[in-house]
Structure formats: structure tokens, C-alpha cells
Design a protein around this ligand. Structure first.
Ligand SMILES: Cc1cc2nc3c(=O)[nH]c(=O)nc-3n(C[C@H](O)[C@H](O)[C@H](O)COP(=O)(O)O)c2cc1C
Length: 185
């Protein structure tokens, strides 16, 4: 039995019936057997980044996530595009985590899926996120890229990723990510 690789999953959408949330929850069934996934909750409970709050102590949720990343073999981001960039809730969580020492994202393998209602599937947000990951010194996997366009037509009413082509793209990407983690460790 191969060693399990645990992956911490950030979802950039807070809404209950989020299409990105549906994709985030589908990762486990699409991935190789050696991977497990924990979708983070509570990102909305993190206050806006404020150095004065930091000076009196990091929010508990930030430290909890930093610890989860430290103990994981990889990180996944599943996010919509908001105004050609990443949603504020995700940027805020990243900003907080970037102040934690030791740096939780440093040298951590990262895989990204973006999904949007538009035909480009959030590609502009994905490249903004990749730019941020440079500063964090994370190791985002370059390819295969996954951008899910017209996502509303690919998720069923009960929140399942039903589009076969998209399921195959994500399966292939996660298989590559498992090998990428092996290479990076
Ligand atoms: C504030 C806001 C900004 C958005 N900006 C974009 C955008 O720049 N590009 C895009 O393709 N879709 C954009 N959308 C539409 C989202 O792709 C769509 O709402 C999507 O369903 C959000 O993902 P979710 O279902 O996971 O919440 C935007 C939506 C919101 C609420």
C-alpha cells in the first residue's frame, strides 16, 4: 500500500452551493488512492489582515491552517475568478498565512483548479494566484492546468461534478500531482 499523501484544500468561494466547492469535494474520488483531501472551512471567520491584530496574536484559525499545511504533503486551491483575480477571502487567508513563521507554503507542492461561469474558466485568477505563490516560495505544479469554463453546466443540482471530460482532466492532473509530490520530496 503506497504512503498516503494528505492535501489541504482551499476553496475560494464561501457560498453553500458553490460550484468550486463541488469540485473541491470531488477531488478525493478523482485522485489516486494514495491521496487524501481535507477541505478547509472557516476562512470567512478570519478577520481582515491587520498588523495590529497580528501584534497581539495570530487568529487561532490562521495558526490552525498553518499547522495543517505544515503537516500536509501538498496544497490544492479550487477557486472562482472575481473581477479577473482571486476572491478577497482567499487573498486574506494567504496574507495572514504569509506572516506565519516558519513560512507554511515554502517549498510546498501546490495544485490549482479554477472554475467560473465564464468560458475562460478563471484563467486570469489562476495566473494571479501563481504570481502570489512566487512570493510564498511555494512549488505550484505547472502542468496539466485545469480551468473549468461554464462550470454551471458541469455540476448537477445535488452538487456533484458530472461532466466526464472535466472529471478526466482533474483525474489526470491529480495523478500528475502525486508524482510531482514524490519528485519534490
Ligand atoms: C464578485 C464577483 C466577480 C466575478 N468576476 C468574474 C470574473 O472576473 N470572471 C469570471 O469568469 N466570472 C466571474 N464571476 C462569476 C463567477 O464565475 C460565478 O459566480 C461562479 O459561479 C462563482 O463560483 P462559485 O460557484 O464557486 O461560487 C464573478 C462573480 C462574482 C460574485
Amino acid at each position: 500500500m503506497p504512503i498516503k499523501k494528505s492535501i489541504v484544500v482551499f476553496c475560494g468561494s464561501l457560498r453553500e452551493h458553490s460550484f468550486n466547492g463541488a469540485i473541491a469535494r470531488s477531488l478525493a474520488e478523482l485522485a489516486p488512492e494514495d491521496m487524501t483531501f481535507t477541505v478547509l472551512d472557516g476562512l470567512e471567520s478570519i478577520p481582515h489582515y491587520d498588523a495590529d491584530i497580528q501584534a497581539s496574536g495570530f487568529p487561532a484559525k490562521v495558526l490552525e491552517i498553518a499547522d495543517a499545511i505544515k503537516n500536509a504533503q501538498g496544497v490544492a486551491f479550487v477557486t472562482p475568478e472575481y473581477n479577473y483575480s482571486i476572491p478577497g477571502v482567499l487573498k486574506n487567508a494567504i496574507d495572514w498565512l504569509s506572516r506565519v513563521s516558519p513560512a507554511p507554503f515554502a517549498e510546498k507542492p501546490v495544485v490549482i483548479q479554477t472554475a467560473s461561469a465564464g468560458i475562460l474558466g478563471g484563467v486570469r485568477a489562476q495566473y494571479h494566484l501563481r504570481q502570489i505563490l512566487v512570493f510564498l516560495d511555494a512549488y505550484p505544479m505547472n502542468k496539466p492546468e485545469v480551468m473549468v469554463g461554464s462550470v454551471q453546466s458541469k455540476i448537477s443540482a445535488d452538487g456533484k461534478l458530472t461532466d466526464e471530460a472535466t472529471r478526466d482532466f482533474i483525474s489526470n492532473q491529480l495523478a500528475a500531482f502525486s508524482k510531482f509530490i514524490d519528485k519534490m520530496s
